[in-house]
Design a protein around this ligand. Structure first.
Ligand code: ATP
Ligand code: MG
Length: 570
């Protein structure tokens, strides 16, 4: 049996039960740097404190551009550059609480600028670089952004909507201004002082905001405070198991929360060296990043894992991935088949964890010190209370499906949905934070994801979660990816309809449809099999890689699709 290499280093969290026992957030405070009177700054924790200790010459960021350019930035470099950016914002009149949005690919100024903004006390926001003008307008209008930081390739989309954004005052161009009125990042950074007095913020002062993935509907402008860094720090340490000697790679984009919490804030607060790769997904390139930088801890998403599966274990063998010791996944349920494949391909177990933009940090996770049950999200992070309740907020018995809820409040909990106070309030009911996801808990306290509340299918009096049907389908060698919906049916209420993407070498046929239906029937349960199967080349996904079942459903029923601002072309 292949023994997981992660066992080579002692896990930071040695025993789950003891970590939970008597856990207090105060006890994490000793790992965080505060100013006088409990004042804090998340960026100071991520960068400056390391630039002031033995890590000053340690590489914080290994950056590789889409064209293969390579840069290294130490914690000291990052301190100076983020200070310069903060000075530039000050020079152009930024004030505490004002919004600075970053519309950039994964380039160094995004990381420098985000942290530099936090240092001034302003709120940093991110916009995924594939957004079109309408998606940008919605977000910049709602957040009333004052500054946008972008580049020459992307700025045209901002100019298209600029006259509809009276609050937008300045556009900073990171690869050199070319138009009158633009601020030239390169020139300003050259001239700015590398000293800056970091703003001392209250724990609950706003630090950053971003819009949710839009999987279920209109994206929400979720706002987080400086104290979020406390939880991002300890989860990066205990869930991602980051050690000082690790080289870490998170494949998420800071346009989404994973890229902020587990690229910018959590890992750097732990003083970790990390790799950022600007380019797109490409299996060869991804493996060479792991090989070249000797990545030890890797954090990715199910959609990427499924794509890597498509390329098979043969490709894996062409690379030396022996540096890897611990691998993690987030964003969607991780199919058991993907975990089994990961074990075969890398000799490691993918550790799945569950959280949301709104929760600001990992909430339920599989930890290095705990056995993984394939398909389970794991257990609540110490200090968090998670439960499965009915619509009145009452806990349901073990094994029963219900609403996945959390006990407020926690340090990284969102504090507002920008300009949508009613929406914000609607998350809190019966003393719980309502996640909008359905799940169940087993007798050992592991949580199992069932589906988004809106996606659960009622068929012939039974409730079926799309995830279990999808997972059963991808167990079949012909299926790479599956999206499952309920399709209204006179007799049964709904029938299960599956949309499948086939592996190379397989062709759609009636025979295959039958075979897949039988396969699910046999592996799952008689009532859970898809009565209809449609083969597709791709599935509709958010740009953060989540299957958009509501789009499949709307297409099936010939209804309006709704907000598509985060939908990737497919
Ligand atoms: P929106 O709220 O706009 O519809 P979204 O919920 O997809 O979009 P995110 O905050 O990016 O936006 O995603 C959080 C959601 O992703 C969770 O509520 C859950 O449905 C799903 N998710 C994340 N991680 C996991 C996981 N490990 N297992 C199952 N589902 C997950
Ligand atoms: Mg959501």
């Amino acid at each position: 049996m292949v023994k997981d290499k992660q066992l080579v280093l002692t896990a930071n969290m040695k025993n789950y039960n003891s970590a939970c026992h008597g856990f207090r957030w105060d006890s994490v405070f000793k790992e965080i740097s505060f100013f006088k009177n409990k004042k804090i700054n998340a960026a100071y924790n991520a960068i400056d404190r390391h630039a002031e200790d033995w890590r000053r010459n340690k590489v914080a960021l290994y950056w590789e551009g889409a064209e293969g350019q390579k840069e290294k930035h130490t914690f000291q470099d990052m301190k100076h550059n983020t200070n310069k950016f903060a000075n530039m914002l000050k020079k152009y009149g930024i004030k505490k609480g004002e919004r600075v949005f970053f519309f950039l690919p994964r380039v160094v100024p995004l990381y420098v600028g985000f942290l530099g903004t936090l240092k001034t006390g302003a709120i940093a926001g991110t916009l995924f670089s594939a957004f079109g003008p309408k998606a940008l307008q919605d977000r910049l209008e709602n957040s009333e952004a004052k500054f946008v930081v972008t580049n020459n390739a992307l700025k045209g989309r901002i100019y298209k909507i600029k006259n509809k954004l009276p609050k937008l005052k300045k556009i900073i161009i990171v690869d050199g201004a070319r138009k009158k009125g633009e601020i030239d990042y390169l020139k300003e950074m050259e001239q700015a002082s590398r000293d800056f007095k970091v703003a001392e913020m209250k724990l609950n002062d706003y630090a950053f905001m971003l819009y949710t993935s839009g999987t279920t509907g209109k994206p929400k402008g979720v706002v987080h405070c400086h104290e979020a860094v406390i939880q991002e720090h300890i989860t990066a340490k205990w869930t991602l198991d980051l050690h000082p000697e690790d080289t870490y790679w998170c494949t998420a984009d800071p346009g989404w929360v994973t890229g902020i919490a587990y690229e910018i804030l959590g890992p750097w607060s732990n003083g970790i060296s990390q790799v950022v790769y600007e380019g797109r997904f490409d299996p060869n390139k991804w493996y060479s990043i792991i090989e070249d930088y000797k990545v030890t801890v890797w954090y990715t998403a199910p959609t990427a894992v499924r794509m890597l599966m498509k390329y098979g274990t043969e490709l894996v063998k062409k690379y030396d991935l022996s540096s890897l010791r611990y691998i993690n996944s987030v964003g969607e349920p991780l199919n058991p088949e993907a975990i089994r494949w990961g074990k075969k391909a890398y000799g490691l177990t993918f550790h799945d964890n569950w959280w949301q933009t709104e929760t600001g940090a990992q909430m339920i996770a599989n930890y290095a010190c705990m056995p993984v049950k394939l398909g389970s999200m794991g257990k609540p992070f110490p200090g968090m209370t998670a439960a499965i309740v009915d619509d009145k907020g009452k806990k349901v018995p073990v094994g029963q499906e219900g609403n996945l809820v959390l006990k407020p409040k926690w340090p990284s909990m969102m504090r507002w949905v920008w300009n949508r106070t009613d929406k914000y309030k609607s998350y809190f009911q019966h003393g719980w934070y309502i996640s909008g996801d359905k799940a169940r808990i087993d007798k050992d306290g592991y949580f199992w994801f069932i589906g988004r509340a809106d996606d659960v299918i009622k068929t012939a009096g039974e409730r079926v979660g799309p995830f279990e049907v999808e997972s059963a389908l991808v167990e079949h060698p012909a299926v790479i990816e599956a999206g499952v919906i309920g399709k209204p049916d006179k007799l049964r209420g709904n029938i299960i309809k599956a949309f499948c993407v086939l592996a190379s070498g397989y062709k759609p046929s009636k025979q295959l449809e039958k075979e897949l239906a039988q396969f699910v029937k046999k592996h799952l349960a008689g009532h859970c099999y898809p009565r209809e199967i449609e083969f597709r080349k791709t599935l509709p996904k958010t740009r953060s890689g989540k299957i958009m079942r509501r789009v499949l459903k709307a297409q099936e029923l010939g209804e309006k699709i709704g907000d598509t601002s985060t939908m990737a072309e497919y």
